[in-house]
Structures are given as structure tokens and as C-alpha cells.
Design a protein around this ligand. Structure first.
Ligand code: SIN
Length: 489
């Protein structure tokens, strides 16, 4: 099938899975459709192959076979391939961005930003690969030398989400490749084309056959996920997605005690203290809350504003949100795109209705937008009481403004969530900045900023937001085993 969009390089639009260096439908007997959330139109022609359990088993075997030689490549060889892939991404950045927008819906400017973000992980891990230092540890046993080396863990099962269809691939696969691992990648059914385009570029960059395998499916996601988790040949699972699914994958992986990285759901608090610079706080809230129309794991979900700046902040925030241009991401000037599907729109609606029923007031928005596409009005609610938003991330463009009086009270509220991915606060008081940064029970804190993501930082959460870190100097270790070699001299 030809691409539904004009690409400079139409061969980036791949329509099959990838096993052992060959594009294939595998043993699929049915297909699944991909929808452009900005228009509601099907963009997958006759559909993509719904690959099967048997295909996943094959993919694992190919990855296991490829690992035998891939693990022996030098860090310099792997870094060179990652650097070539980085350059190819830069060269094809516009096509890759167009592919993101047509299947994910995000505005082109954001899609271009995602490609730059995605490419930065390749650059980062190319440099980290050649810094794969070990240790020599002083020995308590006379005549014995202790050397610690870091070795690739083996075949990795990698399950990526639809919200960053490109960057979450490079964040995980970039680290795996740098470490010397091989991978079986399960592409998200909502946004498979971005993943396939990256696999195509990886092949062009010289990634040998079997090192990256990609399985496509919608109908068989549960069987495919279970196989990745239970196969004794897979030694690591990296998953970005919901806490609910993360728990299932962890339970399934327990039979083989796999190493896991889990980047799961959040319910980020964002706190505006009365000593904040309100302009900064509004700008930070806009980026944190409304990035990708509220569909990132690190989006602010509960916005707590101190009582004496509450009205002023709410007014400024609503004015800024009112200026958004909501629409199809491919349309010039669109600042905020659609949600991924109708169910996502319904969830935002249910959170708004629940908050209203309990006493919240609608300052802006508050309703679905009639189709085509899956849109919800950017919404600001005030006087928000305890409601569904406290319990669950909305994953949509709803700014729920809670009022608080004291620092102790708000820190306690912020830490009530069972999840702890990101947290943000705005204050110009240095003592408070130190206190609150220390007190927030999250993996990442943004102080006077709503944007924390970059390749060099340890991305990840605590509690039911999962464990493990991606990107940064810590990200490579997630794909490695530590081995002690104690030798008698
Ligand atoms: C995510 O939403 O899972 C990733 C967000 C980011 O990397 O900023």
C-alpha cells in the first residue's frame, strides 16, 4: 500500500512486520486498521498483518541466534551504527514527523520536536556505549584480583506506547543496541508506522539481521505480550504503558525472573505556591498539562494552587488556554491536536462530569468537539473537589485546579497518589524549593519548569509508576548484567 501522505522517501512507509532482517506478514491471517485521530479516516488501506504467537516465538529465536554474534561486537562498532542511525533520522526528519502526525494526531511542530527528541537518544547511547567502564575492586583475599565487567543481558522484549511512537523506540532500542542486546519489539497498534519507519532506517544503518525484530498485532496483543514475558529465552522486558498492564506483565515475567523496566502511569501534582512567579507558573502549566493534549505520562494531572493566588492564576491560565488552536495536527497553525481515540475522549468527558457533579466549575471548555476526529475542548475547571482526577490520570486536556492553604497540606495531598512519576512546583523561595523537592514522592521533579524530558536525564518513577530508568547514564545499565571475575594471580 502506498502512504496516505506525501513522503520524500515513500519507502519509509512499511506495511509488514520484520523478522530476521526480512519484511513479513508472518503467519497472520487477519489484518488490523490504523486510524488518523485528526480525521477519523483509516490510513492503513487493506490493513496491517495481525501477527501471532508463532511469529513472536520465531522473532525470539531469531533474536537469540543474532545475540550470539552481536554480543561480540565492540562498543565502538555499536556506537558507529547508532551514530549512522542518528544521522539517517536527521536526514529523514520531515518524513518521520509526517508519519507521526498522520497516525498519532499530534501537531507537526510537536512531531518534529519528537523526532529531535527521539534522535537525541541515539546520539546519547552511541556516546554511552563507549563509556561502558567496569571496575577493579580491592580484594580481601590475598592473591585474588576482582574485576567487574558489564555484559549485555540478552534478548529483550520491548513494548512501546502510541503517545511517543518514535522517541520511545529510540529510548529503549538505542540503549539495548548500545549494550549489545538484541530485541523483539512489539509496535503499538495505534501507531505502528513510526516504529516500522525506524526499523527500516535501522536496517539501512547496518543493524544486522535478527538484532531488531518487530511484531505487529492488535488482536493478539495479549498472547504476544505473554510470550515475551514467559519465554525463558527473553531476559529483559521494557514496557511503557499503564500501571494495570505493567502489573500483568510483571506477574507473567515472574516465572522466568526477568529483569524489567517499567515506565507506568502517573498522576503528576503541579503546585503553584503564592511566592511563585505566576507568568512562569502559567507557562510551565501549559507545557506540562497540555503537551500532546494531555497525553503524556508526565503531564500534570492535579493542579494545586495556593488560595491567595488562585483566582489570578486561574484567569491567566484560562486566557492562555483560550489561545490554543485545536485541530488536525497536519493543518498549519494547529497548536493542539486530537486525542488518540474515542475512548480517550470519553474518559476526559467522564472526569469532567464527575468533577462537575461534585461541585467543580467550568471556567473554559468542558465538552467534546463534534467529529470528524477525536477532540475534546481544552478545559479549565476551578473549585475542584476530590473527584475521579485524584484517582486516575485523565490523559487529556483537562486542567483541574484544586485550592490549598498550606505547604504541609499540599505536600500531603500531592503524595496521596499511589503512583509517583513526575511532580512540579512553582516557587521563588529557595528554602521551600529545597524542602518540597525533597518531600515529593516521585521519580522526577520539575521546579519552576513544566518540561523535564531529555536524553541525559534518568526518566522513571517510584511506587506504582514503576521502576528502572531510561535515558541518562543509568539507562544503559538496564540492559546489562554485572559480572565479577575473581582471578587468582
Ligand atoms: C511518556 O509519556 O511516556 C514519555 C514522556 C516523555 O518522555 O517526556
Amino acid at each position: 500500500m502506498t502512504a496516505p501522505i506525501q513522503l520524500n522517501d515513500p519507502s519509509l512507509w512499511r506495511t509488514e512486520g520484520y523478522l530476521n532482517g526480512a519484511w513479513t506478514k508472518g503467519s497472520a491471517t487477519t489484518t488490523f486498521a490504523v486510524t488518523n485521530p485528526g480525521t477519523g479516516e483509516i490510513i492503513s488501506g487493506d490493513g496491517l498483518p495481525d501477527m501471532t504467537l508463532a511469529d513472536t516465538q520465531q522473532a525470539i529465536e531469531h533474536a537469540e541466534e543474532a545475540f550470539k554474534s552481536w554480543k561480540k561486537t565492540t562498543e565502538y562498532e555499536r556506537a558507529a551504527i547508532l551514530t549512522t542511525l542518528f544521522k539517517l533520522m536527521k536526514e529523514h526528519a520531515e518524513d518521520l514527523a509526517q508519519i507521526i502526525t498522520v497516525e498519532n494526531g499530534k501537531p507537526l511542530a510537536d512531531a518534529r520536536g519528537e523526532i529531535a527528541y527521539g534522535a537525541s537518544f541515539l546520539d546519547w547511547f552511541a556516546a554511552e556505549a563507549v563509556r561502558n567502564y567496569g571496575d577493579v575492586i580491592p580484594s580481601a583475599i590475598k592473591g585474588v584480583q576482582n574485576i567487574v565487567v558489564k555484559q549485555p543481558i540478552g534478548v529483550c522484549g520491548i513494548i512501546t506506547p502510541w503517545n511517543f511512537p518514535n522517541a520511545m523506540v529510540t529510548r529503549k532500542v538505542g540503549a539495548a543496541i548500545a549494550a549489545g542486546c538484541t530485541v523483539v519489539l512489539k509496535a503499538p497498534p495505534e501507531t505502528p508506522y513510526s516504529v516500522l519507519a525506524m526499523v527500516e532506517l535501522a536496517e539501512r544503518a547496518g543493524v544486522p539481521k535478527g538484532v531488531i525484530n518487530c511484531v505487529l498485532t492488535d488482536k493478539n496483543v495479549q498472547e504476544v505480550g505473554r510470550e515475551l514475558c514467559t519465554s525463558p529465552k527473553v531476559h529483559k522486558i521494557s514496557f511503557t504503558g499503564s500501571t494495570r498492564v505493567g502489573k500483568i506483565l510483571m506477574e507473567q515475567s515472574s516465572s522466568t525472573l526477568k529483569k524489567m523496566s517499567m515506565e507506568l502511569g502517573g498522576n503528576a501534582p503541579l503546585i503553584v505556591f503564592d511566592d511563585a512567579d505566576l507568568e512562569k507558573a502559567v507557562a510551565g502549566t501549559i507545557i506540562s498539562k497540555f503537551r500532546l493534549s494531555g497525553q503524556t505520562c508526565v503531564c500534570a494531572n492535579r493542579i494545586f494552587v495556593q488560595d491567595n493566588v488562585y483566582d489570578a492564576f486561574a484567569e491567566k491560565l484560562a486566557a492562555a488556554v483560550k489561545a490554543f488552536k485545536v485541530g488536525n495536527g497536519a493543518t498549519e497553525g494547529t497548536t493542539h491536536g486530537p486525542l488518540i481515540h474515542a475512548a480517550a475522549v470519553n474518559k476526559v468527558q467522564s472526569h469532567v462530569e464527575d468533577a462537575k457533579a461534585k461541585g467543580a466549575k467550568v471556567l473554559l471548555g468542558g465538552a467534546k468537539v463534534d467529529g470528524p476526529g477525536f477532540f475534546f475542548q481544552p478545559t479549565v475547571l476551578t473549585e475542584v473537589p476530590r473527584c475521579a482526577v485524584d484517582e486516575d490520570e485523565t490523559f487529556g486536556p483537562l486542567a483541574a485546579l484544586y485550592k490549598f492553604k498550606t505547604e504541609d497540606e499540599v505536600v500531603e495531598r500531592a503524595n496521596e497518589a499511589a503512583v509517583g512519576l513526575a511532580g512540579y512546583f512553582f516557587s521563588e523561595n529557595i528554602s521551600r524549593i529545597n524542602r518540597v523537592s525533597a518531600a515529593l514522592e516521585v521519580g522526577m521533579v520539575g521546579v519552576n519548569t513544566g518540561l523535564i524530558s531529555q536524553a541525559s536525564i534518568p526518566f522513571g518513577g517510584v511506587q506504582q509508576s514503576g521502576f528502572g530508568r531510561e535515558g541518562s547514564k543509568y539507562g544503559l545499565a538496564e540492559y546489562q548484567n554485572i559480572k565479577l571475575v575473581a582471578s587468582s594471580l
